[in-house]
Design a binder for this molecule. Structure first.
Ligand code: GDP
Ligand code: CA
Length: 303
């Protein structure tokens, strides 16, 4: 079955690995979030695309949950010693990728082309596309003011409660080459167990992508990022509680109104009926086998 997967960083990447294992590289196109992208030390960093590429390449650090395994931090140590910008943690191995990407972007190569080249070089055969090649940036609105995503998430430790999110540049952003074709050719559209507000909404903020989902002729299935009403990691539960009014499957489904036909929820979550079909299974991706089982349940829900 041909699948188009909308994905954020770590949750999306873990799911993507299982999905690719089940469906095969040739059948999966991952459409990744770029709302988290940030310029640090003059470099263009695309954390969510990189989480997917590192995970699919088997280079990711499982324990830390982000970045590369066997990472060292010598360059960042020098940056700190020189009083440079050190709030965003860039490891030595990771830095190499950002150097290559930044140079290519500066030379005029689109993000989608650089991303494809990086994936190919790391022997990743799954197609990975940024949602857009245009500049699209997530902003977080809080009682303390509005912050660019990474300033809120990393520098402020995502402690400020979130009143709203907005996506700078989304109005004028077009889908990256291949994204609409992947959505049109897919036999199932899947939304990964990613943070709805800051990983999936920035993808859907590209109008043509949202329209493609609204006009879908194939099943669309989302996987809830909550287990027992709690995010496995990160602020998704607190954001849902404040912005949607709760952390049940219905609140998650509400984030994707009109865009999905089924929601895969964890067996520890309340079983109240949803506006879309609920598929109940264990959604905790503790290892590749668990990611595979979840992917099989998702493909079953789309069949
Ligand atoms: P980020 O961009 O790195 O924050 O990654 P994502 O948005 O793709 O993923 C973060 C979300 O993944 C969080 O809301 C987690 O609750 C969710 N998540 C992480 N691991 C799991 C898991 O094993 N199962 C489920 N259902 N959700 C998970
Ligand atoms: Ca992210």
């Amino acid at each position: 079955m041909k699948v188009a997967l909308l994905s954020g960083g770590v949750g999306g990447a873990r799911f993507a690995r299982g999905l690719v294992d089940v469906a095969g590289d040739a059948n999966v196109t991952v459409v990744g979030n770029v709302g988290d992208d940030v310029e640090v030390l003059g470099l263009h960093v695309s954390p969510d695309l990189d989480s997917v590429v590192y995970t699919l390449a088997g280079l990711n650090d499982e324990e830390r949950g982000w970045g590369r395994a066997g990472e060292t931090w010598e360059a960042l140590g020098t940056v700190s010693a020189l009083g440079g910008e050190d709030w965003f943690r860039l490891g030595d191995r990771d830095l190499g990728l950002h150097l290559v990407r930044t140079q290519a972007l500066r030379a005029g190569e689109p993000l989608s082309a650089v991303t494809a080249r990086i994936a190919r070089s790391l022997a990743v055969e799954t197609r990975l596309l940024p949602a857009t090649d245009d500049r699209l940036r997530t902003w977080i609105e809080t009682p303390e003011g509005d912050f660019p995503f990474q300033e809120w998430f990393v520098a402020r430790g995502h402690r400020d409660p979130v009143d709203a999110v907005r996506f700078e540049g989304a109005e004028d952003a077009g889908p990256a080459p291949g994204v609409l074709e992947a959505l049109e050719r897919a036999e199932a559209i899947v939304i990964a167990p990613s943070n709805p507000y800051v990983s999936i909404w920035p993808i859907l903020a590209v109008r043509a992508i949202r329209r493609a989902l609204e006009a879908r002729r194939v099943p669309a299935v989302a996987v809830s990022p909550l287990v027992g009403g709690r995010a496995v990691k990160g602020p998704a539960d607190r954001m849902l509680a404040r912005m949607a009014g709760g952390t049940t499957p219905a609140h998650v489904a509400g984030c994707y109104e009109g865009l999905i036909d089924a929601l895969v929820v964890d067996e520890s979550d309340p079983a109240a009926p949803l506006a879309v079909r609920a598929v109940v299974t264990s959604t905790l991706m503790t290892d590749l086998a668990a990611s595979r089982r979840l992917a099989e349940a998702v493909l079953g829900a789309a069949a």
